[in-house]
Design a protein around this ligand. Structure first.
Ligand code: MTE
Length: 349
């Protein structure tokens, strides 16, 4: 069942909450001894009035999201998120991409190279239990459960443009928290100049990892310079569209760096490594001349095989292609240009 939240329409969360979610939330609140009326008013699982006004988006019932049942505790966290900001770089008044597009047109090569492979093949992906290894140049290395990782953070909604290097783009309402807040907890030391992330390796669950002909080397690996990782726009996402992340979008947590090409947004993270040296990255290993370490969205620097000056906003209705200009740093230039002051962005692409 879909519930469409239209721009500017004030609607009580109890009216639009899918029945299954409403009942499971009721159970949780009763269990927690909360006053039901007050609890519901303050903890909508669905878009706040602010985010609905920011463009409106479709919500699928939690029952249709393959992970909702398995991560009920996470759902409680999602409910506790901060309201969406109403203006500034953490949001946009551009139209939000429909939920169906963002969750069925994916890149997650561990599940196949076709856009629909992840949503078709990741249905039974298990995220519970989930452990993240933290290591390298920091004071608090160790193995952390997902709950250890998430517990101290208040989740918030960020509505960001996402620009893929393949020239399509979307606008996605993420639920997450600043990566800086997480990394600080591990006390990176003075040698930590970069941070490296790895995705799960589990060939039993990820069919492409069993293939002898897969495009990429596993695990999928990505990295950021420390100042990029600590930038307030960079988030660790655990949800989209007001709900937990579906497997195909990188459950249980993935990186979102909105001024970089989408492939920097590594999914299903199991390792965080603070390093003194620049980490290797998946697409750079695959073709260094095509995919740099920085991968900042830049309309002036061509991919060797195509121009990056324009992009296609998805979905593309028949006869009405949503082509538009690509913006420097994906429109976040004011916030991030200073990170690259004096750098040759052609060389350090
Ligand atoms: N992370 C992993 N582990 N494996 C991948 O194949 N693809 C990347 C990135 N993160 C990828 C990944 C690419 S190329 C893009 S464009 C984005 O995820 C797509 O995110 P989305 O499917 O949620 O839109």
């Amino acid at each position: 069942m879909y519930i469409k939240v239209k721009r500017g329409i004030a609607i009580a969360s109890s009216e639009i909450t899918p029945e299954s979610v409403y009942h499971s939330r009721r159970k949780f609140m009763q269990g927690a001894g909360l006053a039901l009326g007050a609890g519901l008013a303050g903890t909508s699982l669905l878009p706040s009035a602010a985010s609905a006004q920011a463009g409106g988006y479709e919500i699928k019932s939690a029952g249709d999201l393959n992970l909702a049942e398995k991560t009920f505790w996470l759902e409680q966290k999602v409910m506790a998120r901060k309201p969406a900001p109403q203006s500034g770089p953490y949001t946009t008044d551009e139209n939000i991409t429909p939920f169906d597009t963002a969750t069925t047109y994916n890149n997650f090569y561990e599940f196949g190279t076709g856009k629909q492979d992840p949503s078709n093949r990741a249905r039974d992906f298990r995220v519970d239990p989930w452990t993240v290894e933290v290591k390298g140049e920091c004071g608090k290395p160790g193995n952390y459960t997902l709950e250890d990782i998430l517990r101290p953070h208040t989740l918030e909604e960020r509505i960001y443009r996402m620009r893929c290097v393949e020239r399509w783009s979307m606008v996605i309402p993420w639920v997450g928290f600043p990566l800086a807040d997480l990394l600080s907890r591990f006390e990176p030391n003075g040698n930590a100049k970069y941070v490296e992330f790895l995705t799960l390796v589990d060939p039993g669950q990820m069919p492409e990892q069993r293939s002898r002909f897969s495009t990429l080397e596993w695990p999928y690996h990505e990295g950021l310079r420390m100042d990029e990782a600590m930038h307030p726009l960079t988030i660790m996402a655990v949800g989209i569209y007001g709900n937990v992340l579906p497997a195909q979008n990188g459950a249980p947590m993935r990186l979102v760096v909105p001024w970089k090409y989408g492939y920097k947004g590594i999914k299903s993270i199991v390792s965080i490594n603070f390093r003194e040296t620049e980490p290797p990255t998946s697409w750079n290993d695959y073709a260094a001349n095509e995919y740099g370490f920085f991968s900042n969205v830049n309309p002036n620097v061509r991919h060797p095989r195509w121009s990056q000056a324009r992009e296609m906003r998805l979905p593309t209705p028949l006869f009405a292609a949503q082509e538009r200009e690509t913006l420097m740093f994906n429109g976040y230039e004011e916030e991030v240009a200073s990170l690259y002051a004096g750098m040759d962005l052609r060389k350090f692409h």
